[in-house]
Design a protein around this ligand. Structure first.
Ligand code: ZN
Length: 137
């Protein structure tokens, strides 16, 4: 792999600096590595209307699609810990990830508060999540 996980975490950490999180202060950033080697970042963007907010992971995935990138292979999420545990993407983000990247897409979860990261796949984090065959980009 041309880009290692650490580099992707650095990109996500930089994106996290741009998070707009005045309500939760739960600043998150994400970076997607596509199969063509391109990297696309996203930051959490909150809104007074809660449902209008968008997770960093989906911002990054949508950015990759918008740029015409090939299939997303890895997404790194950098977030504060949740109740002392590493934070993983929410169900909606995993739903988007499996559609665009497939069940084997890697999820790299890094804490903004401590070193190290966990690697898993969409399938591992969300077994049985709805999917359609033949739609992988
Ligand atoms: Zn999410």
């Amino acid at each position: 792999m041309a880009m290692d996980y650490e580099e992707l975490i650095v990109a996500a950490t930089q994106a996290r600096e741009n998070a707009y999180a005045p309500y939760s202060q739960f600043r998150t950033g994400a970076a997607v590595l596509s199969s063509d080697g391109s990297v696309h970042v996203g930051a959490l963007v909150e809104n007074l209307v809660f449902g209008a907010a968008m997770c960093a992971e989906r911002v990054a995935l949508f950015s990759a699609v918008s740029a015409g990138a090939d299939r997303p292979e890895v997404i790194a999420l950098v977030a504060p810990e949740t109740a002392g545990e590493r934070t993983f993407p929410c169900g909606s983000c995993l739903q988007v990830a499996i559609e665009l990247g497939g069940p084997e897409m890697k999820i790299v979860a890094a804490s903004a508060d401590s070193p190290g990261f966990d690697i898993s796949t969409v399938e591992e984090l969300a077994p049985g999540i709805p999917r359609r065959k033949g739609l992988l980009r």
